[in-house]
Design a protein around this ligand. Structure first.
Ligand code: G6P
Length: 477
């Protein structure tokens, strides 16, 4: 049966595992986008989620015709998928949007890049064709993220009747960064995005950056601001269609998160963490092992805290939890190794027989992260650039005694949390160390007050409402 509401994202709500006896079982998928969308789609039981088969077991499920209701996995040729996901989406588009290049050496756009770009186009075309096949007349299609930036344009050609939205979960590149891409890649990217009726971003800054990038090529027509804020900008494309650019800052579902944080397995981990840290104050960070999260400078700031504010030695523990991510890419493996190395150096420099200053865990354990959220006195969220950063929103919601949030101005969440967070320039290690000191020294009552306000801001647009708002706007002419 054709669907009225469709979502397309690289990652699906579930992934399969293949047991030794050959049986397949479905498990929940991971990552911020997946948790946000899964929560939103729980209220849209008729929706169809189209995603890529990510593992061998997922591919096997597709080949055997095993499927969960509401999910269609696409079994894409592994070489094409690797080029598109690792070679373009994560090595080029992610780096461009997050301004991560090591400029004297990167990026290099050669014949190999061109070949991978063609795979990225093929991967996007597979999604567009599947959506065209599954969508009912006039259906609403909500495409997610930089992996699928060409889908709106490709789908528009196949099915002009559809209402098409695209949401970007990352920042958008400043124009001088997008300009580094070869012309054909940049033009196709913007063409793909502008195939949508509506484009969504987490913050006005990212939406504005996208609009600025459209000025790089005359072909796209002119942005027509119809109001002072981005929400009201209209953009004419191909002289006959309009793309509306809007801001939907994703928040967290407070009730859901608090109930997850009080399950027995979280209580158990909390007890273990309490035993581990004893009477020490805690500085907590939780990230993927991701370059843009700036974990190395975070550790340098912690080292500077222990050097410049020695009163904290023996009285504070840094709980740094990192979920392994994108380990197929050498640069991510190297970064993860650098994080471990630095954590060890700090332990060797300052540790004593009964005090270990850094407790680094590189492991995917959401229950332990929730336990750390409950315990945290200080949260360190210092990405160089981040689409939103939901950790900054989750910690104040779950914190038990109040938690001071040291927050990078480069995080999307900074826009909504700025009044009650301690702002830091993510490159300024000394300023970050000082902010950590101030956060640790903040009186309990002030911390609790700020945490209450941070939690209110963090829950302003929970996933279900975030999604419903986009769906309702998409139906507007
Ligand atoms: C970011 C992206 C998401 C992605 C997540 C995890 O939040 O915006 O699209 O799901 O990272 O990355 P991964 O490469 O593991 O899907």
């Amino acid at each position: 049966m054709a669907s009225q509401v469709l979502v397309a994202a690289n990652r699906g709500p579930l992934s399969y595992a293949l047991a030794d006896d050959g049986t397949l079982s479905a498990r929940r998928g991971g990552g911020g986008l997946v948790s946000g969308l899964s929560a939103a789609l729980a209220e849209q039981p008729e929706a169809l989620w189209i995603c890529a088969a990510l593992t061998e077991a997922d591919g096997e499920a597709v080949r055997r015709g095993v499927a969960e209701p509401g999910v269609r996995m696409l079994d894409i040729d592994p070489a094409v998928y690797d080029d598109a996901y690792n070679g373009i989406a994560n090595s080029v588009l992610w780096f461009t949007h997050h301004v991560l290049y090591d400029i004297p050496r990167e990026p290099v756009f050669d014949a190999e890049f061109r070949r991978r770009w063609e795979s990225y186009e093929a991967y996007n075309r597979t999604f567009a064709e599947a959506l065209a096949q599954e969508a009912a007349e006039g259906a609403s299609v909500l495409v997610q993220d930089y992996h699928l930036a060409l889908v709106p344009g490709l789908l528009r050609v196949l099915r002009p009747d559809l209402r098409i939205a695209h949401f970007t979960h990352t920042p958008w590149a400043p124009p001088q960064y997008l300009r580094m891409l070869p012309d054909y890649a940049r033009e196709t990217l913007v063409w793909g995005m502008l195939g949508a009726d509506r484009l969504g971003f987490h913050t006005e800054a990212w939406a504005t950056a996208f609009l600025e990038c459209t000025h790089l090529d005359d072909a796209w027509g002119q942005a027509e601001p119809t109001g002072a804020r981005v929400e009201h900008r209209r953009y004419s494309v191909w002289k006959r269609r309009t793309t509306e650019v809007s801001v939907y800052p994703l928040g967290v579902d407070g009730d859901e998160l608090r109930s997850l944080a009080h399950r027995p397995e979280v209580d158990e981990r909390l007890a273990a963490l309490r035993a581990e840290v004893g009477d020490c104050r805690t500085i907590v960070r939780v990230d993927r092992t991701e370059l843009s999260k700036n974990i190395v400078r975070g550790l340098l700031a912690y080292r500077e805290l222990l050097t410049s504010y020695p009163q904290w030695r023996g009285r504070v523990v840094h709980l740094a939890f990192a979920y392994p991510s994108r380990q197929d890419l050498a640069v991510y493996r190297d970064y993860t190794a650098a994080v471990s190395q630095l954590a060890q150096e700090i332990d060797e420099q300052f540790g004593t027989p009964d005090w270990r200053p850094v407790h680094l865990h590189v492991k995917d354990d959401f229950a332990r992260s929730l336990a750390a959220y409950r315990l945290a006195d200080v949260a360190l969220v210092n990405p160089v650039r981040d689409g939103m950063n939901l950790v900054a929103k989750e910690i104040p919601v779950v914190s038990e005694a109040g938690c001071a949030v040291v927050l990078s101005t480069g995080a999307g969440a900074y826009g909504e949390l700025r009044d009650d967070a301690l702002a830091v320039n993510p490159y300024d290690v000394t300023q970050t160390a000082k902010a950590l000191h101030e956060a640790l020294a903040m009186p309990g009552a002030e911390r609790a007050e700020r945490t209450k306000r941070l939690a209110a801001a963090a829950t302003a647009l929970p996933p279900a409402r975030w999604f419903a708002a986009q769906l309702a706007d998409l139906a507007k002419p």
